[in-house]
Design a binder for this molecule. Sequence first.
Ligand SMILES: [Zn+2]
Ligand SMILES: [Zn+2]
Length: 193
Amino acid sequence: MDMIYYLFFTHVVLYWATSLFYMNKYKQGVTGNGYVIKNVLINQFLVTPLYWLAFQFYPEPLPWKHVIWQLPAIIVLTDVVFYVFHRLFHWNKTLYNNIHKQHHEFDPPIACAGLYCHPIEHLCVNLSSTVFPMFIVKASLPVALLWTIIPSINVVVSHSNIHGGAHTTHHKYLTCNYGVGGLLMDRMLNTFR
Ligand SMILES: [Zn+2]
Ligand SMILES: [Zn+2]
């Protein structure tokens, strides 16, 4: 299916373009962060393609006009899946110490470290939360592209804001703001800060 190539290319280009923009803006430096860049590239080029197999089972897409309810549904579903797995990775100390701790080496985070994490975390948290909602709502290519653009930029922006922001607060306290986007799950389950 050609869809995955469009989505993958869009994701990689936007992730690095946004990273370079914010790293430059906040003077976060690129040279000392070679290991971060290498880790993210491995996640993108070796781990993300594992998800391509799942696209064999992509459902018959609905016409793009369904975007009106599909996009809000995807945003909510992503928050739910991300919240559940992310909180699990904090709650279980084995998972935290062996996997999620790597992502938390940064406090405050830097732009290009949005996807700096253990490969298992990239599969279970980042990819599952953003990819499966597209399957559930049967997103067409334009909707899937739109949904690739938003989180690819958002993950970088949410890690670049050294002067605050909900996810920067998560990196500081580790006990709040587990979700993404509108943090609906955090608001409902009293972990919003
Ligand atoms: Zn983070
Ligand atoms: Zn975390």
